[in-house]
Design a protein around this ligand. Sequence first.
Ligand SMILES: O=C([O-])CC(=O)C(=O)O
Length: 202
Amino acid sequence: MNEDFFAEGLLPTTAVSDGLSGRGSMDASIKPLKSSDHVMGKALTVKLKKGQNAAFLKALEIAGPEHVLVVDTEEDTTYALAGDFVVGMAQTLGVRGIVTNGVIRDRLEIEELGLPVFCQGSTPNAGAKQEAGHVNVPISCGGVAVQPDDIVVADADGVVVIPQEEAETTIARAKEKLEKDEAREQKIAGNIEEIKTYLASF
Ligand SMILES: O=C([O-])CC(=O)C(=O)O
């Protein structure tokens, strides 16, 4: 796969969703900690045992600057998969961001760190570290199947997953859609006649 798209800047999730005809968007309960959070990268998948976060630490051992950690907690929202200490380590290792169907703790401190984190919320409870989970296995997160190395795009509108084998075509489609939207906006901007023509076309 051509990976130049990482260098070309971030795509909005809306354009990516349009490029996938609405497939691949996670449930709306998975939200950014800060609405300015925006990230795009390759999925490093993690499957935790309920209430446990040891596999997240295992994933950090192989995490690199191309990665977004995508963490399936089996929908557990009672125990944090990470706090500011663990998220700080991920950030120092160059990870692009974290997406999870679970929750974090130390919310304010993580917001200050600035690493984009998309989750269901926060809890005071730390995860336990007795039981290992799995790293780089197929997972389900927010109702979407995620394979290792799928492309993850996340921003204020939510999280979209592009299957790796569809990455090039989807990104090309998303870019085309962005250009079309911009042209449409320019045509309509401040022009009541154009707005009327557009509305009459439905
Ligand atoms: O160590 C943990 O599991 C969570 C935590 O408190 C941190 O990352 O700061």
